[in-house]
Ligand binder design. Structure first.
Ligand code: AHM
Ligand code: MG
Length: 340
């Protein structure tokens, strides 16, 4: 996926906009602003290991201020970066129970922003990859006043743009404007301070060798899922046994799945019928990206992007990845005779 073009994220966004004469430039403005917020969060994430030296989160720093937990830092940074551009009518974050209104007197725009500021944040202390996930929709509520809950509860296929920033061995910004628009990845050059195109037009392999899920929950899984995993373990892909990989950060696990193929699963189980992951903050944006790259995402019965969210923090089971792998697990789920 090497590229010979020296393409920064801003240049890519601006050139993409020129291909669409009808574009108002608003989405470009939003993405540029998100790129800036991503750089600031990345800087802070990279300092996380210094917490022992610089003060634990929750402690007071030298200025007598409380050191913020990184997920709250990311949450506030995104709001600060995004609330004054005049693009949005409402926002919502996994870190806040209710919808987030724009500050008073701020110009109200026609877009809606949903985000998980720092997904997988329980991994921070062990230096394991974490990420930011975002979704952009057009408002559906009438008028040009503040947006409403209705604007935030849209089906995933209505996303205009979705993306994530993975803070891993390097920081990568991946986004798509949906099917037919391509999925692009930009790696942050820390010396240069800019995101450079590193993954041009990402396509997920049709089938892969890696399955990714928390096997600690095995005894609670649906019967069809147990059968599927046992099937993979007893079989070969292209002459080699299947591989299990599970980071425990959805952004990292789905990013690997996007590049190498295979499947990532967070199922509903006996204890939590709807699983753990959030439909609007995590599953919809990741499904939008994976589908745009040629993959598939379902809750086991229904396409993730068709699900109508009933509540802001609703959870859903998810089976996401290479088309053939997801189709196969769907077959096992539908053919199982018992529920568990
Ligand atoms: P978080 O939003 O509290 O960070 O939790 C979400 C994370 C996902 O990134 C990851 O896929 C999942 O939780 C892992 O859960 P588990 O520890 O149950 O395997
Ligand atoms: Mg999360």
């Amino acid at each position: 996926m090497a590229t010979t073009r020296f393409m920064t994220l801003p240049r890519h966004i601006i050139e993409g906009e020129k291909l669409h004469p009808e574009a108002t430039g608003e989405l470009s403005g939003i993405l540029l602003q998100l790129g800036l917020a991503a750089k600031l969060i990345s800087l802070e994430v990279n300092k996380a290991g210094l917490a022992n030296i610089l003060g634990f989160t929750g402690d007071e720093n030298v200025h007598g201020e409380k050191v913020k937990k990184l997920d709250m830092f990311a949450h506030e940074m995104l709001i600060k970066a995004m609330d004054h551009g005049g693009h949005f009518c409402v926002m919502a974050s996994e870190e806040e129970e209710d919808i987030i209104h724009l500050p008073p007197h701020q110009k109200i725009g026609k877009y809606v922003l949903l985000f998980d500021p720092l997904d997988g944040s329980s991994n921070i202390d062990a230096n394991i990859s974490i990420g930011t996930i975002f979704s952009i929709y057009k408002r559906v509520s009438e008028g040009d006043g503040p947006g409403t809950l209705e604007d935030c509860l849209q089906q995933g296929y209505k996303q205009e743009v979705a993306g994530y920033i993975l803070y891993g061995s390097s920081t990568i910004f991946v986004y798509t404007a949906g099917h037919g628009h391509g999925v692009y990845g930009f790696t942050l050059d820390p010396a240069f301070g800019e995101f450079l195109l590193s993954h041009d037009d990402i396509k997920i392999p049709k089938q892969g060798r890696i399955y990714s899920l928390n096997e600690g929950n095995y005894f609670s899984w649906p019967k069809g899922l147990k059968d599927y995993i046992k099937y993979l373990q007893a079989n070969y892909f292209e002459g080699k046994p299947y591989q299990a990989r599970y980071v425990g950060s959805m952004v990292a696990d789905v990013h690997r799945t996007l590049l190498y193929g295979g499947i990532f699963i967070y199922p509903g189980d006996r204890r939590n019928a709807k699983g753990k992951l959030r439909l609007s903050y995590e599953c919809n944006p990741m499904s939008f990206i994976v589908e745009a790259a040629g993959g598939r995402a379902t809750d086991g019965k229904e396409r993730i992007l068709d699900k109508k969210p009933e509540a802001l923090h609703e959870r859903t089971p998810i089976y996401i990845g290479s088309e053939k792998d997801v189709l196969l697990v769907e077959k096992f789920l539908s053919e199982a005779r018992e529920a568990y």
